[in-house]
Design a binder for this molecule. Structure first.
Ligand SMILES: *Cc1c(COP(=O)(O)O)cnc(C)c1O
Length: 473
């Protein structure tokens, strides 16, 4: 990174541990953080500095040490799970916590978590109630399904269905849908774990109605469709529609009773994505209308709520899921139910696109994004930081709408060391996660929440100044 640095000279500039600990500004820190914490911090910072010198950097200036130790200790006191500014333009960013919650969801969670709640208590008759009742009415109203149950996430939803309803029986899935969702979650593995037997049907690119019909035996319990959330098949491909699968599953043939039709939608939107200039993502309502017996989807993908797995479908089947012992192990807590309820209410009142952050971000117009990026550009120019405006693309993420992009405007900060600048942005008091492209650090306004503007600009300023400081040193 820096030319002309002599490592031996730099190593010699590093102070001894004892010397640092005796510095008044550092020894004062022991009152607040304790002796051993301060000593650990000093040792760790010295080790970091040695490693950096090995990588070609300079030793920190002697005067910086008290500040380094103090900010290291302050950082170590931060909670492990911290707010981060998502400047990547990936809306449902799985590594950054997927969906930010709506203000009403936050308010309801706050209220429900401060004290006691009617989680499992019927206020009408003063008796024990069921936590399963909370999201049920809204989910059935919104999807047209008879009944609903909420579990910990969509993976748990799929697992519960297979283990409760398909154990030791066969489940037919198209070879084109044996997908890995991410983080190593593979549908075939879940099937095996649940005790169901996977029967692969058709070919990778084409599966026909007759493939399913021919694969059915007396052991078959279900046909399962898995939405190919995070990839797209194009070209010579075909797959029976859900309605066709429903016909196969529900038409009795000879002795055998009807099969279950399970639809794992993954993201499972309630809104029509084509309204926002995106390709059509299957809606939950469509799956129910097409005849799926059980539909599963995530609470924190396009629904825009807390992490949860939602199962909607036939009353008799949901009742079996509810009374299965695993339902208890996979159940959600009161905070999730509170946030989910508020999120679903935004859909029920027709205000989801306005109130739910995921939809606000999807709906943000290029004109507004440009205006925001321009404002940032001007504000940075006032403090001597120049940045360009680029046209670019945001993505929905979260394993939905693969290949679909939304046009956006990016703030592009030129830098000779994009990785180092990105690293500094991540180490700020509110970390900023950005994209790098062609020696520029890219900030996409689409995923930066409205209240984060000031923090973002302060973080950018600090990181750029820090970078300058180092290269001038
Ligand atoms: C994302 C996804 C899952 C897993 O959902 P989680 O809520 O992350 O557990 C399962 N199936 C499909 C098709 C998905 O897209």
């Amino acid at each position: 990174m820096l030319s002309g640095q002599d490592p031996q000279t730099e190593y010699r500039k590093l102070p001894a541990v004892d010397l640092l600990l005796r510095l008044p500004q550092i020894s004062l820190l022991t009152a607040e953080f304790g002796q051993s914490q301060v000593a650990d911090a000093v040792r760790q910072l010295l080790a970091d500095a040695r490693r950096r010198i090995g990588e070609g950097e300079h030793a920190p200036p002697a005067l910086h040490w008290p500040e380094l130790v103090s900010s290291h200790l302050t950082n170590a006191q931060q909670p492990s799970l911290r707010p981060v500014i998502n400047a990547t333009g990936v809306i449902v960013h799985t590594n950054l916590g997927r969906a930010p919650l709506s203000r009403t969801a936050l308010a309801v969670i706050d209220a429900a978590s401060r004290g006691y709640s009617n989680l499992e208590y019927s206020l009408a008759n003063g008796e024990r109630g069921s936590r399963h009742d909370h999201a049920r009415v809204l989910l059935t109203q919104l999807t047209g399904a008879e009944d609903a149950i909420v579990v910990n996430n969509n993976a748990a939803a799929v697992y519960l269905i297979l283990t409760a309803l398909c154990q030791e029986r066969a489940v037919l899935i198209s070879r084109g849908q044996l997908v890995e969702i991410g983080g190593g979650f593979r549908i075939p593995d879940v099937l095996r774990q649940s005790g169901a037997q996977l029967v692969e049907v058709g070919a990778t690119n084409r599966t026909h109605v007759r493939d399913f019909v021919e694969a059915i035996t007396e052991r078959t319990a279900a046909i399962m469709r898995v939405h190919s959330s995070n990839f797209k098949q194009i070209g010579f491909v075909s797959m029976p529609s859900l309605a066709e699968l429903a016909t196969i599953a529900h038409t009795p043939q000879g002795e055998r009773s009807p099969l279950l039709l399970i639809d794992d939608l993954g993201s499972g939107t309630l809104l029509d994505t084509t309204r926002f200039g995106l390709a059509a993502e299957p809606t939950v309502q469509e799956s129910i209308a097409a005849g799926a017996d059980l539909v599963t989807f995530s609470g924190d993908k396009l629904l825009g709520g807390p992490q949860a797995g939602l199962i909607v479908g036939s009353r008799a089947l949901i009742e079996r899921l509810r009374s299965h012992p695993m339902a208890r192990a996979l159940r959600v807590d009161k905070l999730t139910l509170a946030g989910l309820d508020a999120t679903l209410r935004s859909y029920a009142s027709g205000r989801a696109a306005e109130e739910i952050p995921v939809w606000q971000m999807i709906a943000a117009s290029p004109a507004n994004l440009r205006e925001r990026a321009e404002r940032w550009q001007q504000q940075l120019a006032q403090v001597g930081i120049s940045a360009a405006l680029w046209q670019g693309e945001s993505t929905v993420g979260g394993g939905s709408l693969p290949g679909e992009t939304l046009p956006t405007w990016l703030l592009a900060l030129p830098t000779t060391e994009p990785d180092a600048l990105a690293g500094r942005l991540r180490s700020g008091s509110v970390p900023v996660v950005a994209r790098i492209q062609r020696d520029h650090l890219l900030i996409d306004p689409r995923t930066v929440l409205a209240h984060e503007d000031e923090t973002l600009l302060a973080g950018l300023q600090e990181a750029v100044r820090d970078a300058k400081g180092r290269s001038d040193a």
